[in-house]
Design a binder for this molecule. Sequence first.
Ligand code: HEC
Length: 124
Amino acid sequence: MPDLTHVAKLASVLCCGVLLAGCNFFGSSEASDAQKRGADLIRANGCATCHSIPGIGDARGNIGPPLDRIGTRVFIAGMLRNTPENMVRWLKNPQAIIPGNAMPNMHLNDAQARDITAYLAELH
Ligand code: HEC
């Protein structure tokens, strides 16, 4: 007869794992308010039309690069060091940085660009 206590322990560990995995980053309290606002702004501004972005519904746009690991990328658009300040600059006016590139100036204000930056920084 197998040791049922052992099986029960294993089962509870597995369940915990599934629950934790299910409780994704953005549903959890770990996501800061800025990140949550950032996610809403990403949805509201249609970034998903051009980018695939984890955590943003079915964002599968393929005009711009995927943003799935943008938090670890060294350069933004291959041009700017990937710092929060530079990401804000890029988001506020990508045309000023690479004139003629396909990402439009979305007219984000500073606070909006910062919230989106907080969201993107967590994509690893
Ligand atoms: C009309 C299409 C379009 C829209 C809408 C758009 N982007 Fe982009 N985005 C691009 C393109 C194209 C690039 C690549 C620019 C380049 O490298 O020259 C880009 C680049 C980026 C980059 C740098 C990516 C990298 O790999 O370095 C970030 C970050 C980014 N976009 C975020 C956003 C966010 C956030 C929004 C919404 C506020 C948004 N984009 C809206 C087309 C778009």
